[in-house]
Structure formats: structure tokens, C-alpha cells
Design a binder for this molecule. Structure first.
Ligand SMILES: Nc1ncnc2c1ncn2[C@@H]1O[C@H](COP(=O)(O)OP(=O)(O)OP(=O)(O)O)[C@@H](O)[C@H]1O
Ligand SMILES: [Mg+2]
Length: 290
């Protein structure tokens, strides 16, 4: 197994049926290789197919073509080697934070001793800053705290890959920054290969080693990949003072702008190609009915 090809996504295709029953390739020919321990962000316009790619890697969404190899194994369905964190953590309301995390740990480590499982759960909750809130139920926690439990639940499985689909999307900007720091600290310690989907260009630069820019759908693929050459551990305030940060930001924003222009161009092309309807007055249309 080559560490520079820890995750290999080749010629990935996803087709969904449209309302007329025809298959439309939302994603077509998505190719990406991810190094072991690398953090890669995916950005692209809403609806281009980012979550579709992520859920296919998670094994939650069947692939229409191509393939995904993680650590030398072609994936075929979901598994604990790939942990997912979505926008909302979907905790079980009748279980406290500790029990919510334990649920997955019991399934993934059936042969571990009770003591070992307890240590895994306690460690995971403490690294997300919830050591003092393990007994709290979801209703007693803020959105940010619940999301921390979701992250703890994911890292407790010691996954080969962490898949984050806009995990901070529903949080206010302060909590968002706190959680970005929490995740960065975890990744600096655990070196988990991570894919982060985000709409936030600054977040993508701050968090990742590379940013993958997806083209518009249908038929979305990798448009461009930008290397983020800041060293780790990273300090937000320091990065914001560098010119390089703004050069990266400019590169990402201009890609998104180009996609937007392309979208508008296609829309107006379609409108011109559509057969022109003959203009009729309301009086004429009513007369045609009777
Ligand atoms: N189950 C489905 N059936 C049919 N079409 C779907 C299905 N799921 C997603 N799509 C379509 O596939 C396209 C990509 O959706 P996806 O959710 O992957 O986009 P996204 O890039 O994650 O968007 P956002 O940034 O808004 O989260 C969209 O056009 C969407 O309408
Ligand atoms: Mg999405």
C-alpha cells in the first residue's frame, strides 16, 4: 500500500433518476488521490455533488461507476473504518453524551474489556472538551456541544478516514471557530486522513493541506486542486497576517466565480435554444378555450 495513495477515487460516477425517469449523471469522472493523514477540503457551488461524493466514500450511497479504494481495499458499503460527521449530529435523545459515544464503541470493539471501552469513550469526549459534560443529555446541550459529541463519536471508532460534511454549517461563527480548532488539534495528534466539505473558503484554507474545487454539475468532477503550504500546527491569527492566505483565498474565489459565470452562460444558451412560444393575449387564450 502506498501512503501517497491511501485513498484512491477513480472515475467515480453517480447517476440519479430525474422526474422523467431518465438517469442524470450528477457526478461523472471524479478522480482524486489522498495521502495518508492528509486533510483535503472540497468546495463547489451548492448542488454540484459534494455530499454525493462524500456519501459514496462513506458507503451510504451506491456508486454508479468507477470505484473507491481505502487503504488497499475497494469499499463496498459502510464500515467503521470511515466515520462521518454531518451538519447535525443526530444523537439519541434518551442517551447521555457518554452513552451516545459508547453505542458505537461497543459495536466496533466487541472484544475490548469494559475498562478499555470506558477509556476510549472518556478519551474521545475529553479531546473535544466535554470531560465535564459526559452525563449531559442532548436536550441539556447547546448545538455546539452536541456537535462535539458527534465528533467524539466519530473519532472513538479510530477510523482510517474522517468524512465531514459541513460539520460547522449550523453553528454561529464563534462556536464554528472553536470547533475548527478542536478538529485541527485532533488531526494534529491522530493524523486521521480527512475529507472536509465546506462552503467557507477561509475554513478550507485554515484546515486543509489541499483544497479540491469541484466543477458545476451535472457531470461534476475535480476542477482544480490547490496546495495549502502552511505548516502545522497552525495559528489562525498568524495565517491571517500572511499575504499567502489572501492569495489562496483569491484563487478559490476566482474558481467559484468562473463556475458561476459558466452556469449563467449555459442558462442563457438553453433559453436561446428553447423553441419560442408564440405570444398571445389573455383574450385570445380565453377565446381558444371556449
Ligand atoms: N437521492 C437523490 N435523488 C435524486 N437527485 C439527488 C438525490 N440526492 C441528490 N440529488 C441531486 O444531486 C445533485 C447533487 O446533490 P448534493 O447534495 O451532492 O450537492 P451538494 O454539492 O452537497 O450541495 P450543497 O452544497 O447544497 O449541500 C443535486 O442536483 C441534487 O438535487
Ligand atoms: Mg451537501
Amino acid at each position: 500500500m502506498r501512503k501517497d495513495r491511501y485513498v484512491e477515487i477513480y472515475n467515480l460516477v453517480k447517476a440519479y433518476p430525474n422526474p422523467f425517469g431518465d438517469d442524470v449523471k450528477v457526478v461523472d469522472g471524479f478522480d482524486l488521490k489522498v495521502r495518508q493523514g492528509e486533510v483535503i477540503s472540497v468546495i463547489g457551488h451548492s448542488g454540484c455533488g459534494k455530499s454525493t461524493v462524500l456519501t459514496m466514500i462513506a458507503g451510504l450511497n451506491p456508486i454508479s461507476g468507477g470505484g473507491i479504494v481505502v487503504d488497499g481495499h475497494e469499499i463496498d458499503g459502510p464500515g467503521p473504518d470511515r466515520a462521518v460527521v454531518f451538519q447535525s449530529p443526530c444523537l439519541l435523545p434518551w442517551l447521555n453524551a457518554y452513552q451516545n459515544v459508547m453505542l458505537g464503541v461497543e459495536r466496533v470493539y466487541p472484544h475490548a474489556s469494559k475498562q478499555q471501552r470506558r477509556e476510549i469513550v472518556e478519551y474521545s469526549l475529553s479531546v473535544v472538551g466535554l470531560a465535564a459534560a459526559m452525563k449531559k443529555y442532548p436536550r441539556e446541550m447547546s448545538g455546539g456541544m452536541q456537535q462535539r459529541v458527534g465528533i467524539a463519536r466519530a473519532i472513538a471508532l479510530k477510523p482510517k478516514m474522517l468524512l465531514l460534511d459541513e460539520p460547522f454549517g449550523r453553528l454561529d461563527s464563534l462556536t464554528r471557530m472553536e470547533l475548527q480548532d478542536v478538529i485541527l488539534e485532533i488531526l494534529d495528534h491522530e493524523h486521521i486522513t480527512t475529507m472536509l466539505i465546506t462552503h467557507d473558503v477561509d475554513e478550507a484554507i485554515f484546515m486543509s493541506d489541499r483544497v479540491c474545487m469541484m466543477t458545476n454539475g451535472p457531470g461534476a468532477k475535480v476542477g482544480r486542486v490547490l496546495d495549502i503550504e502552511f505548516e502545522r500546527p497552525r495559528d489562525r491569527a498568524e495565517l491571517l497576517e500572511t499575504d499567502q492566505f489572501y492569495r489562496y483565498r483569491q484563487a478559490l474565489l476566482s474558481f467559484l466565480d468562473e463556475c458561476e459565470l459558466e452556469k449563467d452562460r449555459l442558462k442563457s444558451q438553453k433559453a436561446q435554444q428553447a423553441p419560442k412560444k408564440e405570444k398571445t393575449t389573455v383574450r385570445e387564450r380565453i377565446a381558444a378555450i371556449f
